[in-house]
Design a binder for this molecule. Structure first.
Ligand code: ADP
Ligand code: ASP
Ligand code: MG
Length: 482
């Protein structure tokens, strides 16, 4: 973890802008001025952008409607038409006429003609594979990146579009492809580094990649991961995740409007938070940064002057036990009861092999003499998993559960902390508890409907008198959430 800093290109800043940071022409131009600021400081930005806000959801809804057929087929075509109109509108707002606007409109119309053809094809065939679904959602990032390139050029930046699919090379696990980091590093050195060192600003879509020329995606929220892969592959000086909140906060500001900005946090803490539900960062973002010891910053594109959160290998000590509270919803608890076999050699392996076979990640595990309880967030594979588990044990499952996770390096060695946590949520029914696996998190499972109440109670208890070196207690958070 504390690997020596080997930043081969400290002047490169990988800047990732999320959906709200490119949601319309005004947001794209704000993004351009943030990038200009970095150029003015002598940095060489490499930009990664998400699809415009909500576009990925709409593309998925469109694919689902096309598959449903009949009346829904018209709904699918209608979604394509609305998306086309929105993209053309933003293009017109961004670029004031001339060849650049013509070229942009042509690109947008061509893309939507292709999308419409695809959607009609799905309706006719009545089949939607993960591979086709990836191709459909890829339009979001493909178009936003082309539009942002034009927006930057319009402001006088020397921008150049890079097709992410030529750089982010992955396996063929459509919907959640795994990157080939060595191949990505080679592609970055060949296709992106020369542009950046020549003073150009490369812009690519996040989230998308390819396997043998076929479009893939890295999974929902994957643009953060793209930024980390690009930062890692280029040995950049910094990875900046620009979003719609002031940084990593003490909890989701949508749940607690008085959440505070965390000034600095460790790689491990940020990784735990992301894994256990803090949507502000994709869980895979941290690893490439850790491997190269590249600091990651989480920043607000609507409040660019704010210094955000710095994620680093060595944050200063914190007087408060916790840095942040995350909540992950839509989980299922599976109770596996095997009265005679549990203690038998190989039983746990058989159980975990079943989850492994279905590529289903387990969030939490607890065992008793006769049973194992595990929690998972995948619903699709659940019936098949339970069917297989049913051959070796009695299986029950309960959905609509949520996991609350408190994260802090400074839990280590604090006595009585668990008692304080559970006293704060004594009115909430707790199903499973876990502490210790990483020494920096305490987690427990509750019913989904209790999440807001539990998070607010914990936040009130643990952030009433926060350490001012770590938490920004002066400014009220700018959450910009609609
Ligand atoms: P983007 O589109 O920029 O990737 P996301 O919606 O994926 O943005 O992530 C930002 C959102 O994450 C915020 O609007 C906020 O509601 C949510 N969030 C959840 N937990 C946290 C946290 N601990 N700190 C900050 N934001 C959080
Ligand atoms: N647009 C993709 C999504 O909404 C990826 C991202 O924004 O990170 O999941
Ligand atoms: Mg995101």
């Amino acid at each position: 973890m504390s690997s020596k800093r080997t930043s081969a290109h400290p002047e490169i800043a990988v800047m990732k802008f999320g959906g709200t940071s490119v949601e319309d022409a005004a947001a794209m131009l704000r993004t351009a001025s943030i990038v200009e600021g970095r150029v003015a400081k002598g940095l060489r930005p490499v930009v990664v952008v998400s699809a415009m806000a909500k576009v990925t959801d709409q593309l998925l809804a469109c694919a689902a409607a096309a598959l449903a057929g009949r009346g829904d087929r018209e709904a699918a075509i209608e979604i394509v038409a609305r998306l086309r109109a929105r993209h053309l509108q933003v293009a017109g707002d961004l670029v004031k006429g001339g060849d650049r606007l013509d070229a942009l409109q042509l690109d947008i119309n061509r893309a939507f003609d292709g999308l419409e053809e695809l959607v009609r094809g799905i309706a006719v065939v009545g089949e939607l594979t993960a591979r086709t679904s990836d191709l459909i959602v890829s339009f979001g990032e493909r178009l936003s990146s082309v539009m942002v390139t034009a927006a930057f050029a319009e402001r006088g930046l020397n921008s150049v579009h890079v097709d992410a699919r030529e750089v982010i090379l992955t396996d063929d696990h459509y919907g959640k492809a795994a990157p080939d980091e060595a191949a990505i590093e080679r592609a970055l050195r060949e296709k992106v580094l020369p542009l950046a060192t020549a003073g150009r600003v490369p812009i690519m879509g996040g989230f998308i990649g390819s396997c043998n020329g076929i479009t893939t995606t890295l999974g929902r929220g994957g643009s953060d991961y793209t930024a980390a892969l690009v930062g890692g592959g280029l040995h950049a000086g910094a990875i900046e995740i620009w979003t719609d909140v002031d940084g990593i906060m003490t909890t989701d500001p949508r749940i607690c409007s008085d959440a505070l900005r965390v000034r600095t946090i460790s790689f491990e803490e940020a990784a735990e938070l992301a894994y256990f539900g803090a949507k502000v960062l994709h869980p895979a973002t941290i690893l490439p940064a850790v491997q190269k010891n590249i600091p990651v910053f989480v920043l607000n594109s609507r409040n660019a002057a704010n210094e955000g959160t710095r994620i680093t290998a060595t944050p200063p000590p914190c007087a408060s036990p916790f840095k942040s509270i995350a909540a992950k919803k839509k989980l299922t608890i599976i109770d596996i009861v095997a009265s005679r076999m549990l203690l038998a050699h190989g039983f746990l392996k058989m159980v975990f092999d079943i989850f492994d076979k279905h590529k289903c990640a387990i969030d939490m595990v607890s065992t008793s003499e006769v049973s194992i309880s595990v929690t998972v967030d995948s619903r699709e594979t659940l019936p098949a998993i339970c069917e297989e588990l049913g051959r070796i044990a009695d299986v029950k499952y309960e959905s609509d559960k949520a996991l609350i996770c408190l994260v802090g390096e400074d839990i280590r060695g604090q006595s009585g902390i668990a008692a304080q946590v559970f006293a704060a949520v004594s009115h909430v029914n707790i199903r499973m508890i876990s502490q210790g696996a990483s020494e920096i998190n305490m987690s427990f499972m509750i019913n989904e409907e209790d999440v807001e109440e539990a998070v607010r109670s914990l936040h009130k208890k643990f952030f009433a008198a926060p350490d001012a070196t770590i938490f920004d207690i002066e400014a009220r958070p700018v959450t910009s959430n609609a």
